[in-house]
Each structure stands twice: as structure tokens, then as C-alpha cells.
Write a protein that binds this ligand. Structure first.
Ligand code: FRU
Length: 326
């Protein structure tokens, strides 16, 4: 028979596109596999703030016990999130923030720190002198504003380091390349690119290849995902000089949601740590990731085995009952 879920969690995701968002969802599902009493309803705003606003209201109207939101842009969704919060629905902001402090908890990396870490790393690599090009994410995303702020703050300690050009991407390479090509041609003094994520950093590398600049220009990205063509792999192949790890936090979001739903103590700010991935630690990280992936496979095999054992047990129960009756 179908059991009613004990709790319903609504998740308004700014976009499903790309491996980072997929890793976030996979993390949530992994954690939820231990909690069959919870139903997760996911709506994908496809990088559209108006759609996301409407979807947040749709989730609230449909009845949820808790909302998780990863806003595309901070300002446009703030009223809908505040409405939900004021109705008494706990709200977890995941990875990106709204423009308000009316929320229950935040789960994600410290994006100011991400920017500061990039600045410090660059100062070391460039020996405190050089010209930098910054590639920004979507202008209205909190992660863009915070990474930029931390980067500028971090660089202010080194007068010999300047940002001489900025190019605004949209977290993807969709619109990046023509503007970046122009900026690099106009600024032959650039020797370092700080890209707000690895995906745009990868695109920047391709532009540098086309312009014959891969020897002169080094690129730093953010995310550091495992998997072919992702941050760790790009660092290992020398496409990126470094990537600042930024965890998707799906597991942590669900764990925080459970604490809130169970009225257990929880922290309002749940900051996920970051590290620099570069040639000095990339192999170790890759090995750790491989190991974790194989352990995860073992866990899934054991879950399958448990499930089969349960079924065998249930059918034996039926036989046993039948024998007892007759
Ligand atoms: C994925 C993404 C990541 C980035 C994060 C910032 O949509 O662009 O690459 O680190 O969002 O919020």
C-alpha cells in the first residue's frame, strides 16, 4: 500500500543544468535514501527569476513543510521567499542567498572567502605583481557579488596586483567567448584570469588557445568537481592552474532540513569549507574521490542486498502465517 509521506520538502532550484547542480541533487537524494518518510518536490527555474518566483509560490500553495531554495538572482525572489517564511514555513537557502535575512538557515560555501582565497593564491603565484582579468558570474547572483567582493578585498593588500579587465558571463560559456576575446586582445598585459567558476574558466582556456595565449595566461576557477572535464581533471591536465573547491552541499541541506523538521538544535549559518586545488594536491584528491566513489558503490550494493533480504523475509512471513492458520 502507498504510505503518506511524513514530511514534504519543496526545492526551488535555479537551474538543473550542469554537473555542479546535478551533484547537488544527487547529494540530496543520497541523504534522502535514508529517509523514506520524506518526499522531495523539485522545481527547476531554468535560470529565470520570474519563473522561480512563481515556482516558490506554487510549492507553498501545494503544501510543503519546508522549503529549500537556491536563488538564481537574489533580489527578484526575495518577496516570495519572505512570504513563505512569514507563513511559518522554514526556509533553507542553499548556495546562493536572497537579499533578506528572513530565512531559517543558510547552507553553502563562504563566497567572500572564495574570492579572498583566489586573491591570496594569485598573489603567491604572481609574486605580488601582475595584471588580472576577472570573469564574473550572473550579475544578480549573490555568489557573484560575494566572490567579487572577497577578491577585490583580498587584492587590496597587494598594490602590485590589478584587475585591468572584467567580463561578465552567466555562469556558463554561452555568451562569454566574444567579449572575452575582445578583452584579452585589448589587454595584452594580462597574465592571470580569475573565473568565478571552472566552467567559464574552461571556456577562457579555449579562447586563450585560439589567441595563442596559453603560455602567458594562467587561469583560476571555482568549484573543483570530480569527473572528466570538471575542475579536478582540468587542474590535473593543466587547463586550470587551480580551482577553489566549492561544495554543492546537497547532503548538508537535507541534514539541516531534518534537524529543523525534528525541532532539533541547528545553526543558522552552515558554512562548507573550501581548499585550493592545484598541482600540489590534485593527485591525492583524485585518489580520494575514486575511493569515495567505489565506497558509495559498495553502499548501494549493500542497500540492494538488504532490499532483497527484506523481500525474502516478507514472503517467508506470508508462508509462515499460512502454515499457522491451516
Ligand atoms: C552552478 C554554479 C556553480 C557556482 C555556483 C554559484 O550553477 O554556477 O558553478 O559555483 O553556481 O552559485
Amino acid at each position: 500500500e502507498e504510505k503518506q509521506p511524513l514530511y514534504r520538502i519543496g526545492f526551488s532550484q535555479c537551474s538543473m543544468a550542469g554537473p555542479w547542480r546535478q551533484a547537488m541533487l544527487a547529494g540530496m537524494q543520497k541523504e534522502l535514501s535514508f529517509h523514506p518518510e520524506i518526499e522531495l518536490r523539485v522545481l527547476d527555474a531554468q535560470d529565470d527569476s520570474r519563473r522561480q518566483q512563481a515556482q516558490i509560490r506554487e510549492l507553498v500553495q501545494g503544501g510543503v513543510d519546508l522549503l529549500i531554495i537556491s536563488p538564481y538572482e537574489a533580489d527578484p525572489v526575495t518577496p516570495a521567499v519572505e512570504e513563505a517564511y512569514r507563513r511559518g514555513i522554514p526556509v533553507i537557502l542553499l548556495d546562493r542567498r536572497t537579499a533578506s535575512d528572513q530565512y531559517t538557515a543558510y547552507v553553502g560555501g563562504n563566497n567572500v572567502e572564495v574570492g579572498q582565497t583566489a586573491a591570496r593564491y594569485i598573489s603567491r603565484v604572481l609574486r605580488q605583481r601582475g595584471n588580472i582579468l576577472e570573469i564574473l558570474g550572473t550579475p544578480g547572483s549573490s555568489a557573484t557579488a560575494e566572490r567579487h567582493q572577497g577578491f577585490a578585498q583580498g587584492l587590496s593588500a597587494y598594490p602590485g596586483l590589478q584587475v585591468v579587465a572584467q567580463v561578465t558571463g552567466d555562469w556558463t560559456v554561452r555568451t562569454l567567448k566574444p567579449a572575452l576575446t575582445k578583452a584579452l586582445q585589448a589587454h595584452p598585459e594580462v597574465t592571470m584570469i580569475f573565473s568565478h567558476n571552472d566552467g567559464m574558466g574552461h571556456g577562457a582556456y579555449e579562447v586563450c588557445q585560439e589567441l595563442g595565449l596559453t603560455k602567458r595566461v594562467r587561469i583560476i576557477g571555482v568549484d573543483g568537481l570530480p569527473g572528466a572535464g570538471e575542475g579536478i581533471d582540468l587542474v590535473q591536465r593543466g587547463v586550470l592552474a587551480a580551482s577553489i573547491l566549492y561544495s554543492p552541499g546537497g547532503e548538508e541541506a537535507i541534514r539541516t532540513a531534518l534537524k529543523i523538521l525534528h525541532k532539533a538544535p541547528f545553526n543558522k549559518q552552515n558554512t562548507l569549507g573550501t581548499i585550493v586545488i592545484d598541482s600540489t594536491n590534485v593527485l591525492t584528491l583524485q585518489q580520494q574521490n575514486d575511493k569515495m566513489a567505489s565506497q558509495q558503490q559498495d553502499i548501494e550494493r549493500q542497500q540492494g542486498l538488504l532490499h532483497r533480504l527484506q523481500q525474502t523475509y516478507a514472503s517467508q512471513q506470508v508462508v509462515l502465517n499460512w502454515l499457522l492458520i491451516t
